[in-house]
Design a protein around this ligand. Structure first.
Ligand code: GLN
Length: 447
């Protein structure tokens, strides 16, 4: 049924880059056999899922939606893929995205833009737009995406589903194609917070192949969901509800705060003035790390190689000129610039100092509050094509999501209503480091 659904929807929303068909079916039948024989795999055994195309899958094309990776099929599975397979997860296919996860609309894919299932003239958000669209359209029950500056949470908001970026280090990054290694985390996109908890239970935990992964106990999040927010203190940062936020989104997120208040939480406003620095700090750090991480794509080691080159330098240059799209090139140039001698102190080093200040501001907020509540994005999903000529405007729209990556904190995006045009609106719950249970618990209470 899931494969039929994918076949119906793919021509409309273009959520997948690769659909596995028969391979998925035999995986499902194999899982069924094990379950019938009495195997206890996991609550998600047999449930069809999709993975963003920057997550390595053994023998299955992993393109990062870029021409430069061509038909690259990794020789190994990412750690979380191994864990999901062992738990009986059934992989339907690989999901479309912005090229190398750089973008907020899923329009920069070499495989064509993804469309929002709620309105095909609109973007699904990005960069995990295929993941959010596939879950929203009922093609798969959950998906795993990556979030460097909002790429799980913002598409979840635009598509009316639930998405969570865990605390940095909760999920092993082994097998995730790196964009900005100090900010990248993977996490679930699903219908509800409870479904996200079930997925996180399977994929979280220490992995010796990722030195930044934390010694966190896996399992227990789903079982621990109480749905009770009585006595919880929730802070609303006033600086996230000011200028630039669409009135309909503001009203909807404040109504979500009222729901939590009615269920027994104490909600109050406070000031978070660092918000004005988060976008510039994020884009400098993300671009700097990207320029370094992407230097490995040179036409020699992976994927696609340009033809008609004269020597090695020409091979690198032709392959990268033809293989990367415009947005990726913009990031590489920006990153190389802020890291270059003479500018390093003024830009990159300054951005790292600002990052520390941002982290401190959140630490202080969590001395007073259990959770924070903000919008996910300033507006609902824009129309296709609207963001392409104005990258700066697109970058600015990441304001509510990027500070969590800079501070390493967990955040969840949950649907909280619709705008006048019927497009979904998302609210973001933010927790202290390793506060996944609190975040999921409050979202579950709301849902
Ligand atoms: N929109 C942000 C960017 O382009 C975030 C992307 C992400 O989280 N991968 O960098």
């Amino acid at each position: 049924a899931a494969l039929d659904r994918v076949r119906q929807e793919q021509g409309r929303n273009n959520a997948f880059i690769t659909v596995l068909g028969d391979a998925a079916l035999s995986e499902a039948l194999e899982t069924e056999k094990q379950l019938r024989a009495g195997a206890r795999l996991s609550p998600l055994a047999g449930v069809p899922m999709g993975l963003k195309d920057n997550i390595c899958t053994k023998g299955i094309k992993t393109s990062c939606a870029s021409k430069i990776l061509g038909d690259f099929a990794p020789p190994y599975d990412a750690t979380l893929v191994q864990r999901l397979r062992a738990a009986g997860g059934v992989l339907l296919g690989k999901l479309n995205m912005d090229e190398f996860a750089m973008g907020s609309t899923s329009e920069t894919s070499f495989y064509g833009p993804v469309r929002n299932p709620w309105d095909l003239t609109r973007v699904p958000g990005g960069s995990s737009g295929g993941a959010a669209a596939a879950v929203a359209a009922g093609e798969c029950w959950y998906a795993v995406g990556s979030d460097t500056g909002g790429s799980i949470r913002q598409p979840a908001a635009y598509c009316g589903v639930t998405g969570m970026k865990p605390t940095y280090g909760t999920v092993s990054r082994y097998g995730l194609v790196a964009y900005a290694s100090s900010l990248d985390q993977m996490g679930p996109i699903a219908r509800t917070a409870a479904d996200c908890a079930a997925v996180l239970d399977l994929i979280m935990g220490r992995d010796r192949r990722d030195g930044t992964s934390l010694e966190v106990e896996s399992g227990g999040l789903l079982a621990g969901l109480t749905g009770d927010v009585r006595g919880m203190k929730i802070g609303l940062p006033a600086d996230c509800f000011g200028e630039g936020l669409e009135p309909e989104v503001r009203a909807c997120v404040l109504a979500a705060a009222d729901v939590l208040r009615a269920r027994g939480a104490q909600v109050e406003e406070f000031a978070l003035p660092i918000m004005r620095y988060v976008v510039p700090a994020y884009y400098m750090i993300a671009a700097a790390e990207a320029s370094s991480n992407l230097s490995r794509f040179d036409g020699v080691k992976y994927g696609w190689r340009a033809e008609g080159y004269e020597d090695l330098t020409d091979l690198y240059s032709k392959t990268r000129t033809e293989g990367f799209g415009a947005e990726v090139k913009r990031r590489i140039l920006l990153g190389t610039f802020v890291l270059s001698a003479g500018y390093y102190d003024a830009y990159y080093k300054k951005a790292l100092q600002v990052k520390a200040v941002i982290k401190r501001a959140y630490d202080e907020a969590f001395e007073k509050y259990d959770l924070l509540l903000t919008p996910v994005a300033p507006s609902t999903a824009p129309r296709l094509g609207e963001s392409l000529d104005d990258p700066l405007k697109m970058y600015l729209s990441d304001i509510y999501t990027v500070p969590l990556n800079l501070a390493g904190l967990p955040g969840l995006s949950m649907p909280c209503g619709f705008d006048g045009g019927g497009m979904p609106i998302g609210a973001q719950l933010i927790g202290p480091a390793l506060g996944e249970a609190k975040v999921l618990g409050a979202a579950h209470a709301f849902q």
